[in-house]
Design a protein around this ligand. Structure first.
Ligand SMILES: C[S@@+](CC[C@H](N)C(=O)[O-])C[C@H]1O[C@@H](n2cnc3c(N)ncnc32)[C@H](O)[C@@H]1O
Length: 181
């Protein structure tokens, strides 16, 4: 009835659809970024060599890989989709940064962010509302939180990109932590 290559094509499309659509129900859809956007995000964070860069919902790990490769950071990410975890680990190996990129398969809402110098988020407002304000208690006081596309509701950013797609929050525990509504 169906030829083998048609079945393979249909399976591939179903897999891709699952990788894009299923994560919506866990926190955020998958939306791979252009290389120029990744570089712009990392420059915006003012990431320094040796800092720990953490990506909650790291997808295929390209932001982590660029953080390690181009900014000499230690990069750590968590991703719920096992296929993207495999892809991210493979890409890190292929880019020669698997010693500085750690990709954990898990739920971002349970992830330990205590070592992050920079916490990067590309999630939905709904997911961030679930994370904040509780996550603030688990972060270093000096952490820089950078969110792409979605600002943190109830917190005032310390820096906003010209096109208003990037928001940086420099935590100041004890004051801003209480201003989240
Ligand atoms: C918009 S993408 C961002 C990917 C990457 N951070 C980037 O900037 O390119 C959101 C990612 O979060 C993942 N995700 C959604 N809900 C999650 C959850 N509860 N725990 C871990 N990862 C999750 C999705 O699978 C998807 O890869």
């Amino acid at each position: 009835m169906f030829e083998l290559h048609t079945i393979i094509l249909i399976c591939g499309l179903l897999l891709l659809a699952a990788m894009v659509i299923l994560p919506v129900f866990f926190g955020a859809p998958w939306h791979p970024l252009l290389p120029g956007t990744i570089r712009r995000i990392l420059r915006f964070t003012e990431l320094r060599p040796g800092e720990t860069f953490c990506d909650l919902g790291c997808g295929e790990g390209r932001v982590l890989i660029a953080a390690a490769k181009e900014f000499s950071a230690n990069a750590i990410g968590v991703e719920i989709d096992p296929l993207k975890v495999l892809l991210a680990r493979q890409l890190a190996r292929m880019n020669g940064v698997d010693d500085r990129v750690r990709v954990v398969r898990g739920n971002l809402f349970d992830f330990d962010t205590g070592s992050a110098d920079v916490l990067y988020l590309y999630l939905t407002h709904q997911a961030m509302d679930k994370l904040f304000p509780d996550i603030l208690k688990k972060l270093k006081p000096s952490v820089r939180i950078v969110s792409y596309r979605f600002c943190l509701r109830g917190m005032t950013p310390d820096k906003v990109s010209e096109d208003k797609t990037l928001f940086l929050y420099q935590l100041d525990k004890g004051t801003k932590i209480n201003t989240y509504h």
